[in-house]
Write a protein that binds this ligand. Structure first.
Ligand SMILES: Cc1ncc(C[n+]2csc(CCOP(=O)(O)OP(=O)(O)O)c2C)c(N)n1
Ligand SMILES: [Mg+2]
Length: 167
């Protein structure tokens, strides 16, 4: 949320209903609808697992989208509200998934970054890759999140714990 964007950049987020799984198909739609724009998506691993198959459509249409897949091994936003084993998910080889979507004719590129240097290299490669999407799997710690998220999680937990209003 604190990211500074260049002038003229547009930003969209699905906070109205908060339904995870929105970002991959939305990215596909934006990329089809605005071919002259560079479409960049930031997607959590948990959200990605709901609609991951739509990346295949982005490969099929050879759209030069860049997806930053934040792999923190689970539902970290939920961890900050109320933790439990249900916040852990099965890890996937997200970067490797691109090869499966490519099959024999796709041009998708899957990369993995575990530190800033690797991320910088991956971004360079993604910018040079124009005939298909690039998915950059960014590995971070399960508890690596902003102070804002921690404060927000505590407040939501408090609100969730209120007794029901008498009818
Ligand atoms: C359709 C739907 N199912 C479940 C939820 C509850 N929910 C909100 S956030 C979230 C986890 C998101 O995980 P991830 O995308 O990995 O984000 P991060 O780990 O960065 O918080 C879940 C399950 C929801 N908002 N929408
Ligand atoms: Mg996650």
């Amino acid at each position: 949320m604190a990211m500074r964007l260049p002038g003229g950049a547009r930003f969209d987020i699905e906070m109205q209903w908060g339904s995870i799984g929105w970002a991959v198909p939305a990215t596909f739609g934006y990329a089809v609808g605005a071919e002259q724009r560079r479409i960049i998506a930031l997607i959590g691993d948990g959200s990605f697992q709901l609609t991951a198959q739509e990346v295949a459509q982005i490969v099929r249409r050879r759209l030069p989208v860049i997806i930053f897949l934040v792999n923190n091994h689970g539902y970290t936003i939920e961890v900050e509200i109320h933790d439990g084993p249900y916040n852990n998910i099965k890890n996937w080889d997200y970067a490797g998934l691109m090869q499966a979507f490519n099959s024999e004719d796709g041009r998708g590129l899957g990369l993995r970054a575990t530190n800033g240097g690797q991320l910088a290299e991956a971004i360079k490669a993604a910018l040079a890759h124009r005939d298909g999407p690039t998915l950059i799997e960014c590995i971070i710690d399960r508890d690596d999140c902003s102070p804002d998220l921690i404060a927000w999680g505590r407040q939501v937990a408090r609100a969730n714990a209120r007794p029901p209003r008498p009818q």
